[in-house]
Design a binder for this molecule. Structure first.
Ligand code: PDD
Length: 288
């Protein structure tokens, strides 16, 4: 079944979507993106995603192609047109079309494209069984707080993981984990503390991360935002990742070492339940 996608003001069949080869997203990866999850046909935590989009654009002095309210309207329309009940919506803004030049062009119209991907988020084997990861050096640039479309280092890390029989990669720098190839990384210690790296230019401020930290604190869990080392990761009682497309996935193996009992641990399972509950409530509220 072919999708309806959104390209610069038009809803078109995916086969008819066109972007210029001079688009700076294509030539310079000069663009930013957001991925929002869809549950029950509703976008989850989308306001937070759009706020982060605005921030990413600001950091790159890139104009926003429409008001956030109008962008949200287009997103909802696209979900409706494709009748997606569960999955994700990808949104990308690039600086637009200009003669190739390293300097930012003036007065170009930014491009805005969006597409949906239908896929199971709740009833997902990785969520039930957990995933295995390897750790690899973080080869990305130093502004990982900006959600840019320059994703080749992340793609290479994922590819290395698959080549070594794992599902994904965690990235490390100076002996400490930064984050996952496309998710935030957490460990749970013997004492039950949930640890994840503090926010900085070194990681993306995950929207799911924000929600998970709120939920863990609300339920009385001890949360510490600090870097954790490779050794701590290998010795963790539990480990997990969060993102808009995974919610919470347990990590049951790191670099071939079994984490905890080699199955999703109680803290991870509880946090996933809490997140899904919150997301379903958000979806239901939007239906009303
Ligand atoms: N990735 N860190 C990185 C490097 C990411 O690419 C992502 C999300 C996250 C989690 O952010 P959030 O909770 O807002 O989804 C952290 C998306 C899902 C992607 O690239 O497909």
């Amino acid at each position: 079944m072919s999708r309806i996608v959104y390209v610069n003001g038009e809803f078109v069949n995916e086969a008819e979507a066109r972007i210029s080869i001079f688009d700076r997203g294509f030539l310079f990866a000069d663009g930013v993106y957001e991925v929002s999850s869809i549950l029950g046909g509703a976008l989850i935590d989308n306001d937070a995603h759009l706020q982060r989009l605005e921030r990413s654009l600001g950091e790159l002095s890139m104009p926003c192609p429409a008001s956030l309210k109008d962008i949200a309207e287009i997103q909802r329309e696209l979900v409706t047109r494709n009748q997606v009940k569960e999955g994700a919506l990808y949104l990308q803004v690039t600086r637009g079309v200009a003669e190739r030049d390293f300097a930012y062009p003036s007065n170009t119209e930014p491009s805005l494209v969006m597409f949906t991907q239908a896929r199971p988020l709740i009833d997902n084997p990785a969520a039930k069984q957990g995933i295995s990861i390897i750790t690899v050096p973080d080869q990305r640039w130093k502004r990982r707080d900006i959600k840019t479309i320059g994703l080749l280092p992340a793609s290479m890390a994922k590819e290395m993981a698959l080549a070594r029989g794992a599902d994904d990669a965690w990235l490390h720098e100076e002996g400490y984990i930064t984050e996952g190839s496309s998710n935030n990384a957490y460990i749970v210690t013997e004492g039950g503390e949930v640890i994840t790296r503090h926010l900085s230019n070194g990681i993306l401020a995950g929207i799911t991360r924000g929600a998970i930290l709120r939920l863990s604190r609300d339920t009385g869990m001890k949360v510490v935002e600090r870097p954790f080392s490779l050794e701590e990761a290998h010795q963790a009682k539990e480990a997990f990742v969060t993102s808009a497309t995974t919610f919470v996935y347990p990590v049951i193996r790191i670099d071939g070492k079994t984490i905890g009992e080699g199955k999703p641990g109680p803290v991870t399972v509880r946090l996933r339940e809490l997140y899904v509950e919150m997301a379903l409530q958000q979806a239901a509220a939007q239906q009303r």
